[in-house]
Design a protein around this ligand. Structure first.
Ligand SMILES: [Fe+2]
Ligand SMILES: [Fe+2]
Length: 271
């Protein structure tokens, strides 16, 4: 169980006059991805089959991710009473499949797996921070505040576990950078695009390019420069590089420009 429960959310403060339909669509998609967290916790328990401590942490982590999904789903149902979370989640699980039952990490090592988890938690902590700052609906802002704090704690947990793994495994700086960049590139894979489709479309077939672009246009638009600077610092730290030096400043500046350019392109093509 995490540091909070759904009963801690001030649901009575929900204000339907402060809804942004684009943000509602993003929240529905996020609810599906978060609610799938238990499947990934199972995978981590298999990867760390002989380490009860990491398994306990992974199970707790999975429960917290599922709770994020439950909180976002409940908010989405307030925002759109026609939203059928159970049906959307079933659609998501049906169409988005990866091998959660494998006992080896796709990253090639336990340290690599923890590094990839650090990248994901970097993405989620910055995303919910950006979402909170963009939203005006008070209950959503409170949910995002709590989730962003959890995601930052998850990053620290996986970072600490990665450091412990690195004491036993060889994983040089180039391998770390390769894994980090590989996981960042995967953020444009099926998971988020399919979640966006399953949460928001009832008819029509899945078109990966179309829904990846639809999701990216709305999600990237939430980000401001300070979120990108934070993302870059956390990624560099996880990859074993200096987080706040000249490299960080250059990468953050280039990433920010690339992101704004992408949003402008996607908006122009009405993705
Ligand atoms: Fe989460
Ligand atoms: Fe998390």
């Amino acid at each position: 169980m995490g540091a909070w429960t759904l009963d801690d959310i001030p649901w009575q403060l929900f204000d339907a006059t402060k809804l942004d339909p684009e943000i509602v669509r993003l929240v529905k998609a996020a609810a599906l991805v978060e609610y799938n967290g238990a499947a990934y916790a199972r995978h981590l328990c298999l990867v760390f089959a002989d380490d009860g401590g990491v398994q306990d942490n992974a199970r707790r982590w999975g429960e917290e991710e599922v709770q994020h999904g439950a909180a976002l789903a409940r908010w989405a149902a307030l925002a759109d009473p026609h939203f059928d979370f159970a049906a959307a989640f079933a659609r998501f699980q049906d169409g988005y499949r990866i091998d959660f039952d494998a006992d080896r990490s796709r990253r090639g090592s336990r340290a690599g797996e923890m590094l990839a988890r650090c990248i994901v938690e970097t993405g989620t902590s910055s995303y919910y921070t950006a979402l909170r700052e963009a939203a005006t609906e008070p209950v959503l802002r409170e949910i995002c505040r709590r989730i962003a704090a959890d995601e930052l704690r998850h990053y620290r947990l996986f970072y600490k576990t990665m450091r412990a793994c690195l004491a036993r495994e060889q994983l040089g700086p180039w391998s770390r950078l390769r894994i980090a960049l590989g996981r960042i590139a995967e953020s444009e894979d099926d998971e988020l695009a399919y979640a966006y489709y399953a949460a928001n479309e009832r008819d029509g077939a899945y078109d990966r390019r179309r829904y990846a672009r639809a999701y990216a246009r709305r999600a990237y638009a939430l980000y401001q420069l300070h979120h990108v600077e934070r993302v870059v610092a956390m990624i560099l730290k996880a990859a074993g590089l200096t987080p706040n030096g000249w490299l960080g400043r250059i990468v953050a500046s280039l990433s920010w420009r690339a992101m704004r350019w992408r949003v402008a392109q996607l908006t122009k093509s009405a993705a």
